[in-house]
Design a protein around this ligand. Structure first.
Ligand code: AMP
Ligand code: MG
Length: 345
């Protein structure tokens, strides 16, 4: 048995929750997945409608940024004719401008306009075009080429106007925030809790996490890094590391979350926008630890697309704490960045 590895943030502050605190748990559904929040506080310190306030925060993110809800502001942007400047609500504008930065930073590996490719591979909202529908056919190479080059505007064609909080639809750009919106939503919930005077909590949306402060027993919020189930059962592979989520977020992008098998290949829901194909680089999961969950979310997706070699170079350059679990003939092999290694206790 290999010993369990433990990751600690550089600055652990011993600010325990107030005397008389216990853990209060809240949960619900959002973005086709679930959310959960644990708060360490005295019962009397909780606002009366905390659960519905948290749900309301998430509902706002969905109303603005869901590409599954035709009534969302994002779908309105996607439908706008070429050359339209669309005024955007604040949260949508914040996520779009961050997503365009992440696209630039990653050379388009993270691509908030990957929506048309995601749909073509059967991972979009249309049930009749889904990979598990009997009518589904994987896209032909010529269709992928059209989607990438000829018929579709991409992230670099979208212009922002910060003074009037609007964005230019260049024509046919299909935004899909699935790789960043969960992280953003986690940050929103964390911000709401801090605003309510609650500073000891663990927030999770669809597996992306952010923690602050401590539990009543003065332990930090310990979480296990997510990885493919099978990876933990290989004798060759160490158990998933434990992370003290203290003033930190962690997000994981993985090929085991949504995928289908086609012609003996695993085709998962993360697409390399540069080739138009689902990832074929052996990456099974990537976790990124970051102060901001929106960044952890987008960058874990970007690193998955970049693959272990380029992804580790990127992580080194940007001092990102990242862990890759890759499939190889022997099973799974792990690669970690220097900033990740520096957190190992
Ligand atoms: P995540 O689990 O955060 O990696 O997000 C994956 C989801 O983001 C997929 O289900 C797609 O909807 C979308 N997506 C797929 N590939 C990309 C990409 N290269 N960049 C941005 N979003 C993507
Ligand atoms: Mg992501």
């Amino acid at each position: 048995m290999t010993a369990r590895r433990v990751l600690l943030p550089a600055d652990l502050q011993a600010d325990a929750p107030p005397a008389g605190s216990s853990v209060h748990a809240f949960s619900g559904l959002t973005m086709g997945t679930s959310w959960s929040v644990k708060v360490a506080a005295p019962a009397g310190a909780l606002p009366r409608h905390l659960a519905s306030d948290l749900q309301q925060q998430l509902d706002t993110v969905v109303a603005q940024m869901s590409h599954w809800d035709p009534g969302s502001d994002l779908c309105r942007f996607n439908r706008a004719p070429a050359g339209t400047w669309c005024e955007l609500p604040e949260a949508f504008y914040t996520v779009l401008s961050y997503a365009l930065d992440a696209a630039r930073l990653s050379g388009g590996a993270f691509d908030p306009t990957a929506g048309a490719l995601v749909d073509a591979w059967g991972f979009g909202p249309d049930p009749s075009a889904r990979f598990d529908s009997p009518a589904f056919k994987p896209p032909a190479p010529s269709e992928l080429t059209d989607l990438i080059h000829a018929k579709r505007a991409g992230w670099s064609d979208i212009q922002l106007d910060g003074t009037r909080r609007r964005a230019l639809q260049p024509g046919g750009a299909q935004l899909d925030f699935s790789a960043v919106a969960k992280g953003y939503a986690v940050d929103q919930l964390a911000g709401h809790l801090h605003g309510a005077g609650l500073h000891h909590f663990l927030v999770e949306v669809g597996g992306e996490l952010r923690g602050a402060g401590m539990k009543p027993d003065q332990q930090p919020w310990w979480v296990e890094l997510e990885q493919p189930d099978a990876a933990a059962h290989r004798e060759t592979h160490a158990p998933a590391p434990l992370l003290a989520l203290h003033g930190l977020s962690v997000a994981t992008s993985g090929d085991y979350r949504r995928y289908f098998e086609h012609a003996g290949q695993r085709l998962a829901h993360t697409i390399d926008p540069r080739t138009g194909w689902p990832l074929r680089n052996g990456v099974a999961s990537v976790s990124v630890i970051h102060a901001q969950c929106m960044a952890a979310d987008a960058l874990s997706t970007a690193l998955g697309v970049l693959g272990a070699e380029d992804g580790l170079r990127f992580a080194r350059l940007h001092q990102l704490a990242a862990r890759f679990v890759c499939r190889d003939e022997a099973g799974f092999v792990e690669h970690t960045s220097p900033a990740f290694d520096a957190m190992l206790d």
